[in-house]
Design a binder for this molecule. Sequence first.
Ligand code: PLP
Length: 394
Amino acid sequence: MISEKMKYFVQNNSALRVMFEEGARLRAKYGADKVYDFSLGNPNVPAPEEVKQAIIDVVNEEDPVVLHGYMNNAGFEDVRQTIAESLNRRFGTAFQFRNLIMTVGAASGLNVILKTILNPGEEVIVFAPYFLEYGSYINNFDGKLVEVPPDTATFQPNLEEFEKRITANTKAVIVNTPHNPTGVVYSEETIKRLAAILEAKQKEFGSVIYLISDEPYRELVYDGVKVPFLTKYYANTVVAYSYSKSLSLPGERIGYLVIPDEADGSEEMITAAGIANRITGSVNAPSLQQKVIARCVDARSDIAYYDRNRTTLYEGLKKCGLECIKPQGAFYLFVKSPVPDEKRFCEAAQKHNILIVPGSSFACPGYVRLSYCVAYETIVNALPVFGELMKEFR
Ligand code: PLP
């Protein structure tokens, strides 16, 4: 008999998962080239050549006993130092290996930091639309998710509504920039205002509020847009990074947390996060992947491929009469549904073998998400089908 908590998750099994299965069913029935699957954020650009070479070199060159052995729960010191130095070069920070904890992707990093800081009943604020798994992660540690409604004009965080929701019981705020599902990058102006609100509220309540920056899309930006590095704007920031998207390695499960020295109680937090890594069951991040990352810390996947997809899909959908903000980062378009009930739009699209995700899966009904980390041809072939679909909504 499964637990009551799990019953809830089984009943609410993500729409994305259902979509994944539907995609497989349609491909088997109609053939892969007749299905336009925009449902998943699974990078289609292969990992850079350096990664492949690094995997081979690590296996050939490293001491197998060390390479495949247990280690400090926070990860190999040399790997953490290499990443710290890369961050310092890029963002003018002063991290040491001790500030980094290698994790099993961002999902695990978020779970580790939430386990580290949350007492039951404490609140974590998130901005709609958001990656719905945040709710599951917060629930894992009996925290309470508090949602800020979206600013649908810009999809920058709605700071007026945010300020009203901060209480003496607020323990953390999760932000994600570049953003899934809108592709928006939070501007420096937004970050400064957000930081000022948090500082003022910490003073008002005499509390510590952590800003958790979930940033698996950090390097996926277009048109030279800069993504502010949040530890520089607010001392109580913790970064959860992942190589799933930036290096196209989602199955390898590798990422890290940064807990800066400036964060309140950082020393204790760093120790606790290492222990949380162990007792949430990861023990440590995959050792082979850690060593691979150290060898290609500044490698990048082919952003130009996503950029061409972004522009082609954005322009094409606009011509079909759909409305959307042009994304500055990540690989998603968040499109206004032509009818208020976006699930009806998704169902109609599915009849044309187009798979898109309802905005309610991101706590933002009335919109749909399209992932454009797909083959360029899928976009080109899908656009006339979108034209057909839209005839039903005129
Ligand atoms: N956070 C956001 C916003 C995501 O979109 C995802 C994955 O899609 C994750 C976290 C989890 O990433 P990872 O594969 O590194 O666990």
